[in-house]
Design a protein around this ligand. Structure first.
Ligand code: SF4
Ligand code: SF4
Length: 166
């Protein structure tokens, strides 16, 4: 017992000190540390991928006629990074920030709000504004006619196509 303690003491004396005086002296986190989530609302298309992959089930989507809200109750986050990996728009980033202590879990809540686009035929909200902008950007010919074709929900599009085939 005594010999093993002495050996441990001798070994530790050979290594340099690893005491850090944190929090009095700031520390630089390791490069691969996964910390606070950062979201970019202007990139989010409201696809819900992050909701499906989150193991803590802390991301929720609430929809109304006017907007879609993606809500992160990040107080339950385990910083696995799956949401960031699964986001097709790179709207979620895992930062190195780790000093997140708070006595109010609502401080950690993140909300993305995206406007909805309504079908020009039936008025039903059917696509988020960011997703719509993406589809418009993909159009080679951005004529008013083509853009207005995109402003139809799936049902109205099908009806208008079947009318065209008659
Ligand atoms: S980092 Fe993991 S636990 Fe946290 S919100 Fe993303 S998927 Fe969920
Ligand atoms: S944050 Fe990314 S994965 Fe989540 S809903 Fe928005 S676009 Fe989809």
């Amino acid at each position: 017992m005594f010999r093993s303690k002495l050996r441990a003491l001798l070994l530790s004396s050979r290594h340099k000190k690893i005491i850090r005086h944190y929090p009095f002296v700031p520390v630089t986190p390791p490069e691969n540390l996964r910390g606070r989530l950062e979201v970019f609302a202007d990139r989010c298309i409201g696809c819900g991928n992050c909701v499906r992959v989150c193991p803590s089930r802390l991301i929720e989507i609430k929809s109304s006629d006017e907007e879609k809200a993606v809500i992160f109750y990040a107080g339950r986050c385990i910083y696995c990074g799956r949401c960031a990996v699964s986001c097709p728009e790179k709207a979620i980033q895992i930062t190195h920030e780790f000093e997140l202590a708070t006595d109010n879990k609502n401080d950690l809540e993140i909300i993305i709000k995206i406007k909805m686009v309504k079908c020009r035929q039936c008025g039903k909200p059917f696509i988020t504004q960011n997703m719509f902008n993406k589809q418009v950007a993909k159009l080679e010919d951005k004529s008013e006619e083509n853009i207005s074709r995109l402003m139809l929900c799936a049902e109205c599009k099908r009806k208008s196509q079947s009318r065209g085939n008659e």
